[in-house]
Design a protein around this ligand. Structure first.
Ligand code: SAM
Length: 283
């Protein structure tokens, strides 16, 4: 049996048998089912020429399989204990370990420094920053080929939702406009330590080269969607009044669309409306 002293890592924070003591503040639910880790990495289908950015490696549940793929690897982690452990394990093999908040990583500069057109991003991420991570990646989608990540099952359903369902909203519109979204499989709470309260799902977003529907102005679209889809129960006419500070009815030729609710609009209709309103109410 391994002695206690020999099971400690050099940085003293990691115990081989017990692992890292989870920090709730960092959203740490470590994956402890190696079949799931393998399944996730297999689904990514890595090639040696790929550059992978792993968000939050933690104890390295996914990292060991990512490293075995032969792809080049960059790890970004906020917890200094996990950073120390990852540097011990992989520092010598050319893996870059960034002790940093993923939301501050300049994906454009990172891809350029790794001489790759597009990164492959993967993570069993901290759920409390799911939306910021999604938007950070979508904002830099020209530098990302795909994003494979664990999210709460309920969030996965929102990413892939269709109009006129309670899950359809801001995340569905943004993700499906800029990426192909696929829910790969569910992961039960028992696969993690500590056990989370919710079931998780692994999702994949493959970035499109250009938005699914042509946008006149992306900034205007983003502001409109955030504002209008935040008022799901209002009619579009009322929701848009807040956003535009004017009555949209004067500018929209077919006013019947304004009697509908945001959650009833397809993404194509939302883009069409945004393009039209941008021409009339450009700021
Ligand atoms: N990937 C590991 C696994 O599958 O067991 C850990 C998963 S745990 C849910 C999330 C990890 O993200 C933790 O290691 C945590 O320290 C790290 N983390 C939390 N916030 C972060 C941030 N803003 N940037 C980078 N990593 C973060």
């Amino acid at each position: 049996m391994r002695s206690k002293a020999s099971s400690k890592s050099k940085n003293g924070a990691f115990d081989e048998s017990a692992g890292l003591r989870p920090r709730k503040s960092l959203g740490q639910n470590f994956l402890r089912d190696d079949r799931i880790s393998r399944k996730i990495v297999l689904a990514i289908d890595l090639r040696p020429a790929d550059v992978v950015l792993e968000i939050g490696p933690g104890e390295g549940a996914l990292t060991r399989h990512l490293a075995a793929s032969g792809a080049r690897l960059v790890l970004v982690e906020l917890d200094e204990r996990a950073v120390g452990r990852m540097r011990e394990l992989y520092g010598g093999s050319g893996v870059q370990v960034l002790h940093q908040d993923v939301l501050t990583v300049d994906l454009d500069a990172l891809a350029a420094s790794m001489s790759t057109e597009r990164l492959r991003v993967v993570g069993n991420i901290p759920y409390y920053i799911t939306s910021p991570i999604l938007f950070h990646v979508l904002d830099n989608r020209h530098r990302v080929r795909d994003l494979t990540m664990m999210v709460q099952k309920e969030v996965a359903r929102r990413l892939a939702a269709v109009p006129r369902t309670k899950e359809y909203g801001i995340l569905s519109v943004f993700c499906q406009l800029f990426a192909d979204v696929e829910i790969l499989f569910d992961v039960q709470p028992g696969s993690f330590h500590p056990r989370p309260d919710v079931t998780s799902s692994v999702v994949r977003l493959v970035m499109l080269d250009r938005p699914r529907y042509a946008l006149r102005d992306e900034q205007f679209f983003r502001e409109m969607v955030r504002s209008v889809y935040g008022m799901r129960r209002k009619t579009l006419r009322n929701a848009l009044r807040y956003f535009l500070d004017a009555d949209p009815a004067a500018a929209v030729p077919d006013a019947s669309i304004l009697q509908r609710r945001p959650e009833d609009l397809t993404i194509e209709e939302t883009v069409g409306l945004s393009n039209f309103l941008f021409e009339h109410f450009r700021r």
